[in-house]
Write a protein of this length. Sequence first.
Length: 497
Amino acid sequence: MSTLQAQLPALLVVVPLLAAPVCVLVRNPAVAWGFATVVSAASFVVALALAAAVSDGSEIAYLLGGWAAPWGIEYRVDALNALVVVVVAGASTVSLVHARLAVAREVRRELVGLFYTSWLLCLTGMLGIAITGDVFNVFVFLEIASLSTYVLVALGPGPGALLASFRYLVLGSIGATFFLIGVGLLYMMTGTLNMADLSVRIGDVSHTRTVAAGVVFVVLGMGLKAAVFPLHAWLPAAYAQSPSSAAAFLAGTSTKVSIYVLARFLFDLFGVDLAFERLGFGIFLIALAIAGVLAGSAVAVFQDSVKRLLAWSSIAQLGYMMLGLGLATAGGIAASVLHLFNHAVMKVALFLAVGNLVYRVGSDALENLAGLGRRMPWTMGAFLVAAMSLVGVPLTAGFVSKWYLLRAALADGMWPIAIVILVSSLLAAIYMWRVVSTAFFTEARPDTVQAHAHEAHWTMVAPVVALALANVWFGVETSFSAGFAELAGAALLGGSP
């Protein structure tokens, strides 16, 4: 391995971190956008290189400053977090390509540099969360990502952006506090913050109430960060009020990283014996997941704002990921990780498509989309493909992950989950059809903006079309997504089938 290749884990985090302050110093919005996009693309290339290096099931360990773990901080890359960093960096890059014109219209010119600085800091935080092998560093990067996310939401164009950001700040701070309390309790009992070391030492004290309390605090904290039902109150407003490109980036990454942390802690650190057999988190997670899937889908049906509709849909889709984790089997974890990837692909496409609609008609209200299917055919065609993936139509990415989850549930004898998947898919078809039917089969009144709308600029259309094609590609060619998911599922259970 060359010297540069050996430094890739550090470069993944250091490059966007050092680049972030540059954007706020740049007065030209186009230059700030171009710089942020190049940095994000570089992170995406590094993420792909790391994924390729661990595609055979191996791991990469990187010791910061050469200090050996557990005394020093360790970055560790395996199949699970390699897939997560690909999702984060990829969603960031695609959304940034889309962002130039959208951000110029939705964010005040003097704040554009701050916007892209916050974006790169958010990217840094989420990449750091995924790659670090130190539990306290998870908290540090979590705060970097969260604080910058609050800024991204607050810079939204609507009057409710500040309120949405403040609500997110309050609930996010509660979640981070719970997580830090849990980490403190675990450190008090084990004397280590290194994940690999903690997973070994925790077995000797797993019978204590202190460890049990630590596990509960960690799960509650990350559950709130992941917007797991019923800890989801911050999510609909945050997604709806954010600038369109930022909403796409956050929808594809923020909750996914929190789900990753939950999976890492539940299986890699705590283990099935402690988290599922002794503390009974399996039934708890499955019950909340089913409630989230059904409630999120049902509420989405009645939304008149497309962004809010997609936000409530995300709450339902997060329920699928929690269902897979709750099964506590290699197949269930693989289904959860696979849906994490596929949902990012479909939801970023949907939010970017809505961003194109907002760019042309100035609103995401459902009634204002009449006739746009014919006036903006590329955008709405891509939206339709991504919507089909969300519903789970065969030959799309969404179908593959739902099939994996269904197979894992039936293998574990959990046949009621099959009914939940069917009902939620029907509800998804209903609320996505409301958008599609309005755009394609309703005529716009001649005196409205949408009656004279036309397709968005090609730099905004190309990312949406590319992601729509990706939904079909990953619905047919699953060697990358499903391959990494299966490796992650087996690794988190110590190679168990």
